[in-house]
Ligand binder design. Structure first.
Ligand code: CO
Length: 132
């Protein structure tokens, strides 16, 4: 069911510093920051030849990334995103399999439908599905 790795997301306490690390130290192409208030994050995408890295910084008081950074103040891997062809079919299959689908389908950072899956059902890793 899952296809390509769309991105790995890393929560960062300082978005400018993290962007500079990827752009200047690692020599990667980086996007401008994009605020996503409905997700409680500001993102910068690092474009790699075979996938992307999503730098995540909290936006607003109730950001889930703020809680993540309280536990991991220097940042860390927050989620991985896999592509699926049909997100509603994927959600239905996962619910049938007994996996915990978190909330409903939302529009993600690329303007495409996304869904999150509970880390306890997926090897301790928060999983995002994106309809490619
Ligand atoms: Co993501």
């Amino acid at each position: 069911m899952i296809g390509r790795l769309n991105h790995v997301a890393i929560a960062v306490p300082d978005l400018d510093a993290a962007t500079a690390t990827y752009r200047d130290t690692l020599g990667a192409r980086v996007s401008d920051p994009l605020a996503l208030p409905e997700h409680g994050v500001t993102t910068v995408f690092v474009e790699l030849p075979n996938t992307k890295i999503e730098l995540l910084h909290p936006l607003g008081e109730t950001s889930p990334v703020a809680r993540f950074l309280e536990k991991s103040p220097s940042g860390g891997i927050h989620h991985v995103c896999y592509e699926v062809d049909d997100i509603e079919a994927a959600a239905a299959r996962l619910r049938r399999e007994g996996a915990r689908v978190l909330g409903e389908v939302k529009t993600g950072a690329h303007g495409k439908p996304v869904l999150f899956l509970h880390p306890k059902d997926f090897c301790g890793t928060l999983v995002e599905l994106e309809q490619a």
